[in-house]
Design a protein around this ligand. Structure first.
Ligand code: AMP
Ligand code: MG
Length: 414
C-alpha cells in the first residue's frame, strides 16, 4: 500500500549515483614525492632515463676481459696486472686494455674494454697484481644498462596509488615530483543538543558525541583530511553559522543527526529552505533518512547522515566513502564484496536492504560470517565487535543458517 503523501524510498544505488554525479575529482597538481604518498597519480609517467643508467658491477671484485680469464682454475690460475681502482660514484677510469684488470666496487661503472667481473672470493685480492683462480661466465656480475627500465617505459600509470615502491621508482628515475590529486578536506559536524565532548561532564539527559570521532576516523582511513568540528546544538541558526564558518576549508561536508522526522531535526530545518539539498528516505536498514546537496558560494557537496551511530557508520560506508574516493580519483568507489556462509539465521525487513553487522571467520576452508547482536542502530558496542557488514537484499526477509550471503569486509584496503 503506498501513501501518496509519502515519497517512495530511493535505492542505495540511486542515492550513491546522485552523490557521485554531483562530485568531480579534485584538480591534480605537481606534488613533491613525499607529499604524494598514498595519493593517486594523475599522469602516466614514462622513464626519461634507463635503469641502470650505465653498465655497473654487481660485486666487489675485478673488471676483466673474459677471454683473458676463461681458463682460470685453482690448479692453473691467471695472473693479471691491476691498473686501477673504481669505487661507486668514482668514474675516474673509463677504459682498460686486454691483459689487465681493474679493481671495482659494487655499483661502480664497468670500464670500456671490460666485459665481466671476477668477485673477490675467486682471487687473492691482490693490489698490484691479482691471481684469479676461477673464471666468470661472459658478462657475469655485470648489471647491463637498461636491464631494469628502458628510456620511455611506462613506470607509473595514471590512477596508480603511490606507495613506497612507486615513489622509490619515481625517485630512481630522477623525478622530484609527480602530478597527483590532493587529499580531500572533509569537515565533520555532529548535531544534537544532547551531545557532550568526551572528557567533559555528562548530565542525566546527555550522551557523548561518538559520531564525530567515528566519522572523522573513517574519513582519515578513506584517505581524506578530517576536520572534526564537533558538536552543533539543535538550533538552525547555530548550524547555519557553523556550516558557514567551515565551508572555506571544505571539499566535502559530512553531518550526523537531525535529518529524520523529529521536531528538532536541525540539519533539515536549516538546509531544506535553500532548495539545493535533497532530503528523503533510502531503502536501507539502518540508515533510512539521508540527504545530499550543494551549499555555499562554491557549491560544496554536503552529505547529511542520520545520527544513530550504526546508521551513521553504515551510511558513511555506502555514500561518503565513495564520494571521498571520487574526489581523490580512486576507483572502485565501493568496497569489494565477498561470499560467506551465514552461521546463524537472520531476519530482514521487506523492501529495505539490510546491512547487518557480523564477524568473519574461516570454517572448513570457507569464509563464514556470524551476525553480531540484535540489529538496533544505536548498538555501537556491537558495531565495534564486527569486522564486516552482511548485505541482505531488499526482497529477502529471512536467511537461514548455512546459506550463502554477500559480505563487505570492513578493514581491507582496496
Ligand atoms: P538524530 O538522527 O539526530 O535523530 O539522532 C538519532 C539518535 O542518535 C539519537 O538517539 C541521538 O541521541 C543519537 N545521536 C545523534 N548524534 C549522535 C552522536 N554524534 N553521537 C552519538 N549518538 C548520537
Ligand atoms: Mg538529533
Amino acid at each position: 500500500m503506498t501513501d501518496p503523501l509519502v515519497p517512495p524510498l530511493v535505492t542505495v544505488e540511486e542515492h550513491r549515483e546522485r552523490i557521485l554525479a554531483a562530485i568531480t575529482p579534485l584538480p591534480a597538481f605537481d606534488q613533491p614525492l613525499m607529499e604524494a604518498f598514498g595519493l593517486s597519480a594523475a599522469e602516466d609517467v614514462h622513464a626519461e632515463v634507463a635503469l641502470p643508467g650505465f653498465d655497473n658491477s654487481a660485486m666487489d671484485g675485478y673488471a676483466v676481459c673474459h677471454a683473458d680469464v676463461a681458463g682460470a682454475t685453482a690448479e692453473s690460475p691467471v695472473h693479471l696486472p691491476v691498473v686501477g681502482e673504481i669505487g661507486a660514484g668514482q668514474a675516474g677510469l673509463l677504459a682498460m686494455s686486454p691483459g689487465t684488470a681493474v679493481k671495482i666496487m659494487t655499483g661502480a661503472p664497468v670500464p670500456a674494454g671490460a666485459d665481466s667481473i671476477v668477485p673477490y672470493e675467486w682471487t687473492d685480492r691482490g693490489v698490484a697484481q691479482v691471481v684469479i683462480s676461477q673464471a666468470p661466465e661472459l658478462g657475469q656480475h655485470v648489471r647491463p644498462a637498461g636491464e631494469d627500465v628502458a628510456v620511455g617505459d611506462l613506470i607509473v600509470a595514471q590512477g596508480t596509488v603511490l606507495g613506497p615502491r612507486q615513489l622509490g621508482l619515481l625517485a630512481a628515475v630522477g623525478r622530484p615530483s609527480v602530478r597527483s590529486r590532493p587529499r580531500p578536506r572533509v569537515v565533520v559536524l555532529s548535531t544534537g543538543s544532547e551531545l557532550r565532548e568526551p572528557g567533559t561532564a555528562l548530565g542525566h539527559d546527555s550522551i557523548y558525541d561518538g559520531n564525530s570521532f567515528l566519522l572523522a576516523a573513517a574519513v582519515r582511513q578513506a584517505g581524506g583530511i578530517a576536520y572534526r568540528v564537533g558538536i552543533v546544538p539543535d538550533e538552525p541558526r547555530a548550524f547555519t553559522d557553523a556550516l558557514g564558518d567551515q565551508l572555506v576549508r571544505a571539499d566535502l561536508v559530512v553531518t550526523s543527526g537531525g535529518v529524520s522526522m523529529g521536531d528538532y531535526d536541525v540539519v533539515k530545518a536549516a538546509l531544506a529552505p535553500l532548495g539545493t539539498v535533497w532530503f528523503g528516505g533510502v531503502a536501507m536498514q539502518p540508515g533510512k533518512p539521508q540527504g545530499f546537496g550543494l551549499v555555499g558560494e562554491d557549491q560544496t557537496p554536503i552529505i547529511t547522515l542520520p545520527g544513530n551511530p550504526v546508521s551513521s557508520y553504515i551510511s558513511f560506508e555506502q555514500f561518503v566513502l565513495p564520494a571521498i574516493r571520487r574526489l581523490m580519483g580512486r576507483t572502485p568507489y565501493t568496497r569489494p564484496t565477498a561470499d560467506a556462509q551465514l552461521t546463524h539465521a537472520l531476519r530482514s525487513p521487506e523492501g529495505r536492504r539490510q546491512f547487518a553487522r557480523g564477524t568473519l571467520s574461516v570454517i572448513g576452508g570457507r569464509l563464514a560470517v556470524t551476525p553480531v547482536g540484535p540489529q538496533g542502530s544505536h548498538l555501537i558496542g556491537d558495531l565495534a565487535d564486527s569486522d564486516a557488514l552482511i548485505v541482505v537484499p531488499e526482497s529477502v526477509t529471512s536467511v537461514d543458517a548455512g546459506e550463502t550471503v554477500t559480505v563487505l569486509p570492513l578493514d581491507e584496503e582496496f
